[in-house]
Design a protein. Sequence first.
Length: 251
Amino acid sequence: MNARRKNGWWMGMGLLMLLLLFGSAAWADIYWEAIQETKGMTHQPDSTGTIKNYMTAKAFRIEHEEGITIMDFESKMIYQIDPASKTYHQVDMTRMGQPPSEMKGEKAEAAQKMMKGMMSTIQVTPTQEKKQIAGYDCQKYLVSMMMMQSEYWLSKAVPGYAEIKEIGKKMKSLFESNPMVQQMNIAGMMDKLDGFPVQTVMHMMNGTMTTTLKRIETKPLDPSLFKVPAGYTLSQEPSHPMPPSKKMKRP
């Protein structure tokens, strides 16, 4: 697995964990931007980029360097959109955490065993450390998983947090029929966290990936943001559910 694929895998799991973190309020559309900095990662140059996120009760969209990822909560599908080639991949959301469908037999069993073993190592440790980040009072949580150590700086004062909690509750229900995710007990771990991740610092691949909230607001979002653009072709090429997230591209 190359550096981009590894980075994409961690970003995918990170997004899943953050969505499962939230747990009741009125619906509202939310938009937020974050600055992501990567430093010292093996075989990957240092970089800084902006990530744009769009969330409604029905779907979630993230724009990043590799293109665009859309998660449709109703169809339970993930769409990876590549504006450069005007193609897209689709992934069954309920299969997140499971080996690719093209992986069979002993390889699939080994991949499942590795995933279960890795997720069983997750530990969440709240700390008493607090500081202000991006204008919000935050509390620090430490999250460890195998060889990766992360810092989560959480705040309940972020606009739209209540709405995101409710959307996350819906996301959590999507995985009730996914035995793999149930065995991982991700939701149980995330119940120990309470607050919007104003900043996350992931220590991985000998470097760090720091994502810091820039701005957030509740506002109506155009439903077309959560659809594959007309004229794009479905590609069958195996692809990871969540590509790396750094700089912006839009169709």
